[in-house]
Design a protein around this ligand. Sequence first.
Ligand SMILES: [Zn+2]
Ligand SMILES: [Zn+2]
Ligand SMILES: [Zn+2]
Ligand SMILES: [Zn+2]
Ligand SMILES: [Zn+2]
Length: 625
Amino acid sequence: MTGPSHRRRVGSVRPSHLMFTSGVGSLVDLPNFSVLVRGLDDWSAKESELEPINEPRLVAAVRALPGMKTVGELRPAPWRDGIDTDPKGAASRVGVPVAPFPAWLRCTACDELASLTGAVFSFENDKPRRPHDARFFHAECPKSKRRPLAVAARFVLTCVRGHLDDFPYRLFVHQGADCPKAKFPRLRMEDHGGNLGANVQIRCINCGVSRNIRQALGKRNQQNLPHCRGRHPHLSTFEVCPEDPMVLVVGASNQWFAQTLAALAVPKTGASELATKIEKHWTALEDLPQQMLAWARTNVPALADLDKWSGDDVWAAIENHRKISVVEEPQVAGYPDLLTAEWEILSAPGLPDPHDDFTMTRPGVPSDLDGLLADVVQVERLREVRALVGFTRLDAPDPDDPELVTPAPLAKSAPDWVPASEVRGEGLFLRLPEQLLADWEQRVGPSAALRAHEQAYARFRHNRYSGRIKSSFDEMAHWPGTRYLALHTLSHLLIRTIALECGYSSASLSERIYAGNADDPRAGILIYTAVPDAEGTLGGLVSLGEPRELTRLLRRALTDAMRCSSDPLCSERLPAHPADFLHGAACHVCLFVSETTCERGNRFLDRRFLVPIDDPPLALYPELP
Ligand SMILES: [Zn+2]
Ligand SMILES: [Zn+2]
Ligand SMILES: [Zn+2]
Ligand SMILES: [Zn+2]
Ligand SMILES: [Zn+2]
């Protein structure tokens, strides 16, 4: 009964939806029981009618992650239209494979608690058009002749390494020993409800002992549970695990978090159109002496591509490309860098050729915002590709450090593909003057406020790491840098203002912050729509880049930043020992945005670094426009 007969499509879930709210390793509630999405080894991806998603830059980034070197393709979740019209046709054999989990069920009539591996419960799935009616039932129920429904017993075990296991009911009720009366004792699960939290009694029918599930809950009661067995039920594997498990209730929001990487499809590597073309013709140009360049340009037909540029520009670009091909990117642990190529194209002086995946224009900086902004870019078309690279349980993956919360693998061995989705949208990119940032960094560098943020970051990492990783580690690793705080705060203010004024739901907006430092002058924010529906292409966001609109928008955002209805509590907030939250003057009322919108989980936000609410020299914009 637990074999392939249970494998079926998870209702009519959109593939993109499947990636973020559920995916490999997640539990999905069906009406009558719950299922676990199996690992990639079991996916019929190759039978899908959907083509792999083309985004070489993202493939390269995925391959840079530990254990992902073998990934060669990004594939949408397997999908075939037609299940509704032809339930037994090709579509029924393509889908996301799942298996019932947890394996323990309870009879809704007599409370008998048994595992699917026994013979107590039977399965019926006789309506191919209505897979949601599939159910388990208690055929020989002593309380009811009407084949009562058996439902999932909702307790499971998990640990910080992402393992997931059935709750050990037999061991637990017998205090870790065997039942004195039976080798395979029969159990009952009595739910007494009440509003004092879980009040579920497990009882052995054979010997009569009973124990309340409360004795397994909480840190205090971890000693009542066996060690983690290192089980990955989505892969059917077990491994050695030193952690103590804890009880999780099926349906709890911390049962599964996607770990994803996202890239915008920008014209390949080079900062400009010219660089892209040089790369395209590199085999013809690589060994060309400078004296022969002019000759080659008139005699090699393919090089007519470069006619727009002068000989000097072309030669400079060739030299530049030579340098890029030689320099090896230093390997820094952490998330792979997906932002540099985007920053280069968004900040390059020229405009790339318009393309279905990426088109941008420059309306110019409005005169009233001179000095506040260095450049405005309307990104009329963009495409974002997002890949699922792992998942975590109990805590969401850390947005700065992929290793801090241990991710679980998607497949038994190194996968050759990962699930991905793509969405199209539009965006608005603002670049800030480098000198403005550099001067501000000088002012803020020695401040107590910045020190408080840095120390909170170190505490945060220490508190998280020490429980999870026993070896030493760099407390300040992956610190996003001073200017990130100001740019990120500005991004949230704009997102909130855009949502308020323009009717976008703020959850349909995303941000990408391009923050460097004095040696790597980068200061920009991109706000874009990347949702799988039409809202992403309405042109509304792009039109906000027009001078009048943008002036109004930025003025309002900065004015709003001066006050929060939680002031002075909010405006005076700074993380101080022993607190390890990672924001200053910021809260749900004034700055936070939805989880899907923020690239850093609402960390690194502080209004005092943007506008003069506290100590004016701390503000990037000491005077409002
Ligand atoms: Zn029963
Ligand atoms: Zn017993
Ligand atoms: Zn474990
Ligand atoms: Zn606030
Ligand atoms: Zn954010």
